[in-house]
Write a protein that binds this ligand. Structure first.
Ligand SMILES: Cc1cc2nc3c(=O)[nH]c(=O)nc-3n(C[C@H](O)[C@H](O)[C@H](O)COP(=O)(O)OP(=O)(O)OC[C@H]3O[C@@H](n4cnc5c(N)ncnc54)[C@H](O)[C@@H]3O)c2cc1C
Length: 638
């Protein structure tokens, strides 16, 4: 019988990160997936990053993950969104060559020494009761062309995405499958129910793909990428970036005719006919949803995005639908530029089982089934980046579980990944969860530019990043410190010549000497202006210059956030055992006790974020825990 430390079920974006992390940390790892040629496949849009998602890709990279570096190898258009706004909301987005993305991911994973890739379907889990009567997963049952039987492992990570009992819908047509051309994972859900896990039905959809030569590009508006291309990866991008030629996307709009066709046929949509019961992503709505919900809008913008350099497919971002194919043809042909569009693939929706993530810990391990981890779309999220962010955490923790190492948890103040996991495990998700900057309370601290400074020290500590990356990190860190010291000790004096320079650049004259650091705090001043005023540095690295500018300009706000964080940190440090009996705490209402018992928070910080748990109840709980000196409560070091 085959035996591994960690089995990862699935080769999507969560599975790739989980398998890479577990293998990097020295766990003997197997990735079992339905089709190995689809490892790293982008099931929907050909882009990585975007608002708040870009931050998560950078965090995955800073932790030693693979999504950022694979994106850098596959980018065909780069844009930094919100680049003229504050640093908290700046986010990178890369349009990718889909085929190359998957190929690059496959070759990277195949080169990992501790990872074996097995093609096949996991039909079930090997479940046994341990000595304490607790159900435990000891491996998986697999059927494949090479091998049918059992594969044992100390821990299992399920990253089954949209595949559990998946049904694809288009009008009245229904077909089993997690993605066009793929089968459904039919039996795994049953074993999850046997383990006592609660499942729910969710839905997502994808737009049609059109042939590029059938589009009249002359009536669409080109959307070029940025002139300055920034890599996602802090450690692997610079020497190869940009690896590919860059292309334009194009913009067109729906119109009243389009809306009329959709409205007339809305009863034929699988979503509106009642054929789909699962809940869809509110923030990534189908065109039927947009037209029903925003009746006052006379047009919706659509981005025509090439799926690659050598492919004919154009992804029509903005018209995901589950309408029948003849209706899709009719409404698409009413859109400027798409009058004669030839469909390569019709749009469809997919409905699938997901687990209620409130049953998981911050490590993404199941609270009641030691060694069983979940990551990605199966936890109720939507999006490649959300999947990758969970995948790396589940992979690190699955490896740590098998190797007897401590849990690896990211808090809300450490990263968007921490915010996402905290939201999922405390609130669950009634609809596919996607990340937004507004979900993070410390978003000025959780910027994409400082993801390495925030997270790489932890990745270095656990071994996700090696000596090479540590060296790159140390050099950048010391360059930042050097530049900060240079600007704090460089002064401008109120001479006539200096003030002529100041006014020439549109700056107010100075009356006293002023340091370059103080001047940089002004919103209108940047390093390029400082250089014109005579400040000299040999630092030319964009990420170092940007980092110092942000740290100096926003220092006041950053300091305020850090002070607020102190209390939060202390609350996170006070652990609560998952088996804690809230009934013995005096002064808690029955309603609050049942909320706490249902969610079983892992620390006081989590308890305070459960909806309906009052500050008074939290204070009560805290005093009780402190006074009783509960044995298993440990202080975690930050
Ligand atoms: C039709 C469709 C539309 C989508 N629309 C959007 C969108 O608009 N916006 C957006 O952000 N995201 C969208 N997505 C979601 C996006 O594809 C996912 O968020 C992302 O791929 C999730 O990654 P994952 O790793 O969790 O799962 P997936 O990428 O779905 O990967 C799951 C993996 O698990 C494997 N697997 C499943 N069951 C088994 C089994 N029993 N045995 C072995 N292997 C198994 C599969 O082979 C696959 O490799 C869409 C997906 C689909 C299918």
């Amino acid at each position: 019988m085959k035996y591994y430390d960690v089995i990862v079920i699935g080769g999507g974006h969560a599975g790739c990160e989980a398998a890479n992390a577990a293998a990097t940390l020295g766990a003997r790892t197997a990735m079992i997936t339905l089709d190995q040629n689809k490892i790293g496949a982008m099931s929907c849009n050909p882009a990585i990053g975007g608002l708040a998602k870009g931050q998560m890709v950078k965090e995955v990279d800073a932790l030693g993950g693979v999504m950022g570096r694979i994106t850098d190898l596959s980018t065909i258009q780069f844009r930094r969104l919100n680049s003229s706004k504050g640093p908290a909301v700046r986010s990178s987005r890369a349009q990718c060559d889909k085929k190359l993305y998957a190929e690059n991911m496959q070759s990277l994973l195949k080169s990992l020494p501790g990872l074996e890739i097995i093609e096949g379907e996991v039909s079930g889990l090997i479940i046994e009761n341990n000595d304490l009567g607790i159900k435990q997963v000891l491996g998986v049952k697999i059927s494949s062309t090479e091998y049918t039987g059992e594969i044992r492992a100390k821990s299992v990570v399920i990253t089954s995405g949209t595949f559990l009992r998946a049904i694809m819908h288009r009008g009245k047509e229904q077909e089993e499958g997690g993605r066009l051309g793929d089968k459904s994972s039919k039996t795994l859900s049953e074993d999850l129910k046997i383990l006592g896990l609660s499942l729910r039905r969710l839905k997502t959809g994808t737009p049609p793909r059109l042939h590029k030569d059938s589009i009249d590009w002359t009536v669409t508006t080109p959307q070029p990428g940025d002139e300055v291309l920034l890599p996602f990866s802090f450690y692997h991008g610079a020497d190869v970036y940009p690896a590919l030629p860059q292309v334009n996307c194009y913009l067109t709009y729906t119109n009243q005719t389009t809306h009329d066709i959709i409205e007339k046929n809305i009863g034929l949509s699988a979503m509106y006919s009642g054929a789909i019961t699962g809940i869809g992503p509110r923030y990534c709505p189908s065109i039927e949803d947009k037209i029903s919900r925003f009746k006052d809008k006379d047009r919706h913008q659509l981005f025509l995005e090439p799926e690659g350099l050598d492919v004919d497919e154009i992804y029509v971002n903005g018209i995901s639908t589950s309408l029948p194919i003849e209706v899709q043809e009719e409404f698409v042909h009413s859109i400027p530029g798409l009058e004669k569009a030839v469909f390569i693939r019709y749009a469809y929706a997919v409905e699938y089982d997901s687990v209620d993530a409130r049953q998981l810990k911050g490590t993404l391990e199941c609270k009641d089934v030691p060694g069983l981890f979940f990551a990605g779309q199966v936890n109720g999220t939507s999006g490649y980046e959300e999947a990758a962010g969970q995948g790396i955490i589940a992979g690190i923790n699955a490896a740590h579980y098998t190797l007897g190492l401590p849990e690896f948890i990211l808090s809300r103040h450490e990263g968007y990944i921490g915010v996402m996991i905290d939201d999922l495990i405390l609130k669950g998700s009634d609809e596919p969860y996607r990340m937004f900057t507004s979900r993070a309370e410390y978003r000025l601290l959780l910027r994409e530019d400082n993801a390495d400074l925030r997270l790489s020290p932890r990745a270095i500590q656990v071994g996700m990043l090696g000596d090479r990356e540590k060296n790159i990190f140390d050099i950048k860190f010391s360059k930042i410190e050097k530049l900060k010291s240079e600007i704090s000790s460089f002064y401008f004096y109120p001479t006539l010549a200096t003030n002529v320079l100041f006014t020439g650049l549109g700056l107010t004259e100075i009356k006293d000497r002023i340091s370059a650091e103080a001047l940089l705090r002004r919103p209108e001043v940047n390093f390029s202006i400082l250089a014109k005023l005579g400040f000299v540095t040999d630092e030319i690295n964009f990420s170092v210059l940007e980092q110092v500018e942000i740290q100096i300009k926003y220092n006041g706000y950053i300091e305020k956030d850090l002070q607020l964080l102190e209390g939060v940190r202390n609350a996170e440090l006070m652990k609560i055992p998952t088996s804690f009996d809230y009934k013995i705490v005096p002064g808690l209402s029955n309603e609050i006790k049942s909320k706490l018992l249902e969610t079983r928070p892992e620390n006081i910080g989590q308890a305070s974020r459960i909806s309906g748990v009052t500050p008074a109840a939290v204070a009560n709980l805290m005093i009780f825990i402190k006074n009783k000196h509960i044995n298993r409560i440990e202080q975690i070091k930050s």
